[in-house]
Design a protein around this ligand. Structure first.
Ligand code: SAM
Length: 212
């Protein structure tokens, strides 16, 4: 996924500054000026190549979406895809590490967080890097509105179990859980990410929705 060898990635991002925000910290507390409306802001962390957020934004024009992806080279692929499919007024992309979310959002600025197929970081010594670890939960709690939800999907049983324990330790109510999303009623209306399309052939997809 990292597509490390794309020296032109940063140029691609800069050339598309209509929907790629190169200096996101400038908009901390002011994201609504970017979208020129006061619709709620939903973010996807680790958006990869962008299929999920693009489809979601197409279906929900009254929500503003911001996709974050750590690696410019991965984001550049999403940018090229948007250019071929057509730009949407309610989507912006940022090449950004979620550990610094509080540099770009103020308290209560975000209404919903999506985490799709986050890297599992299976070694214990890398636990803190998992996007559902106690490293990230206080950050999400700060930027999320009180009624805001986190929607988390994965194919990785170990990461799912870890995440449930992590949410529980942080006393986060579990609003929804599926141990086999694609064989549940929720399949209807489920939007698939690239990883989801790839891994749903190989085993169950797990989903949890939590809040603080
Ligand atoms: C396994 S991929 C899944 C991509 C996509 N969400 C999907 O479901 O197809 C995980 C993505 O999260 C990104 N990522 C990992 N840690 C991140 C972080 N701390 N901040 C932002 N993105 C991150 C990775 O670069 C990678 O593109």
């Amino acid at each position: 996924m990292r597509l490390r060898n794309n020296p032109k990635a940063l140029d691609t991002l800069k050339e598309n500054d209509k929907f790629v925000i190169m200096e996101p910290s400038l908009y901390k507390g002011k994201w609504l000026t970017v979208f020129d409306n006061d619709n709620p802001i939903h973010i996807e962390i680790g958006m990869g190549k962008g299929d999920f957020i693009y489809q979601l934004a197409t279906q929900n024009p009254d929500i503003n979406y911001i996709g974050l992806e750590k690696y410019p080279s991965v984001l550049a692929t999403a940018v090229n895809k948007v250019n071929s499919l057509g730009c949407l007024p309610n989507v912006r992309f940022i090449s950004f590490d979620a550990i610094s979310l509080q540099d770009i959002f103020i308290t209560n600025e975000v209404s919903q967080i999506y985490l799709n197929f986050s890297d599992p970081w299976p070694k214990n010594k890398h636990e803190k890097r998992r996007l559902t670890s106690h490293t990230f939960l206080p950050i999400y709690q700060d930027i999320l509105k009180e009624e805001g939800h986190i929607e988390f999907k994965t194919d990785n049983r170990g990461l799912f179990e870890f995440s449930l324990v992590s949410f529980n330790a942080y006393k986060m109510p579990l609003l929804y859980i599926s141990l086999d999303l694609h064989n549940s009623e929720e399949k209807e209306g489920n939007i698939m990410s690239e990883y989801e399309r790839k891994f749903c052939q190989k085993g169950p997809i797990y989903k949890a929705v939590v809040r603080f």
